[in-house]
Design a protein around this ligand. Sequence first.
Ligand SMILES: *Cc1c(COP(=O)(O)O)cnc(C)c1O
Length: 547
Amino acid sequence: MTAHYRDLLTKIRLAFPQPVSDRVHDSYFVHSVMRAMDAVDALKSERPILGVRDPLDYTAARKTTLPMNGMSVEDVTTELVTYCSGLAIWGHPHTQQNVVPPPTISSLIGILLASLYNPNLSWDEYSHRIALAEVEVAAMTAHLLGYDQECAEGIFTFGGTGTTLYGVKVGLEKALPGAMTHGVREDAIVFASDCSHYCRYNSVGWLGLGAKNLVTIPTDTSNAIDLDRLRDEAWTAVRAGKKIAAFIATLGTTDAFGLDDVSAMVAIRDELVEAFQLPYRPHVHADAVIGWAWSVFNDYDFEANPLGFRPRTIRALAGTKRQVQHVSQADSIGVDFHKPGFTPYISSLVLFKNRADLDLIRRSQDQMPYLYQFGEHRPGMFTLETSRAGTGVLAALANLKLFGKQGLQVIIGHLVEMAHLLREHLEGHACTTVMNRDNFGPVTLFRVYPEGVDTFRVKERELKDPAYREQLLAHNAYNRKVFAYVHQEAMAGRGAVLSLTDCYRYTDYGEPVVALKSFILSPFIDEEHVEVIVAKILEAREKIGVV
Ligand SMILES: *Cc1c(COP(=O)(O)O)cnc(C)c1O
């Protein structure tokens, strides 16, 4: 027998926060959140993951159907918590897997508030002061990165991938005016380095240009775009009558923190415009989704070093600043707060140096009759998304206020300091070689070698000497084994979780170089955690023995 719908409705109503303050119910709500937190907390151990990592049964998952009867809030919580089992604890000092940050308390509260009242950023009618918050975060970040606040404009979008898509889309409209209306009827090329993020393929694919319009430029040994090659390719393209949709500069490549020279890339663009009297200015987009945070050091006094970083750290921070300080020369910039900004996903901002650029992708009012009839601020008239959550905005705002510039200097400085300690420790052993020694970021790529390999010469030979191919491949396999051992140990609570990159870069003769990777992004990491890694690597070598 089914109850009358009214009886069921009464129960369902209790599952919503009450529209008019009701203290008793409010505490039920808060209590429910606390119980969920308690239950997740009970999954914690010394290990860098919650609960256990069981094998996953996707076949059974594909057969899931909607149950007839609902559950209580309490039971749903219990269910949901089980899905957290096996998740990595990104803030754990033994988690050094990738560029995934642990979120702060303030950013989580930002997410909660923006979810609780569910503002929609498409229109200030639906988001009011949260729309203002978006403008404030964009202004703060524009200022931090060196854009003129009077002219710049920024919007949050669906990830770092979205920020690149925006940059290339606006560039495409500049190269092929009216593509938004007439479609893409001509080719237009996009330049990016071979260390740039693979989202470049999404951008050209989804924009209708196709991957054949992507020109991937090699990088030098510091993983920065090869400027001579870029200039050559760009001149050749324009000479052949091709149009350029965008140059993508990457500041902070995902794997090795390579930093492209934006200033030189802009100069190459300007030279082209001048030399060929181009009727448009090819767009330069800076993918600084990782590197943006280093701009807090643009005005740091490296001589006086008021925060007391070690000399090696200072050198690395100053080296990053050298490139990051020019990011404002780009026409647009991608920023991920969900990377070195310590917010939950998704919190990505794309900034345009000139607000007018966004007019190129604006729709007309008659295309959207049901919205935007009034109000002052209507980003939904040009954004790719229709509904946009306020979560990313409030999370970013929370952290910018929580840390301030100095807090970000402290946290970024510490991560770099720890990464450099790791490098020092690794370099102190004959069997390990740091691949990105001259890089300045929080990521360390290294290789481990079996007994009898001359690690002073091996890097050079592996990268340059085709006669060394066999050994290179054997060493690739060896590093996979070391990784597997270290990973298995870490999951059992012994040592740190690292990751493996299948192709740190290609050798001159075209083979991929496998490397172990430590991405330090937890503020809880200290010297002892760095030492644990090195000890584990040495242990792995013992266990694997001779190959
Ligand atoms: C992570 C990353 C991206 C993609 O960002 P998402 O937020 O994951 O979409 C793009 N570019 C670089 C350099 C990245 O590291």
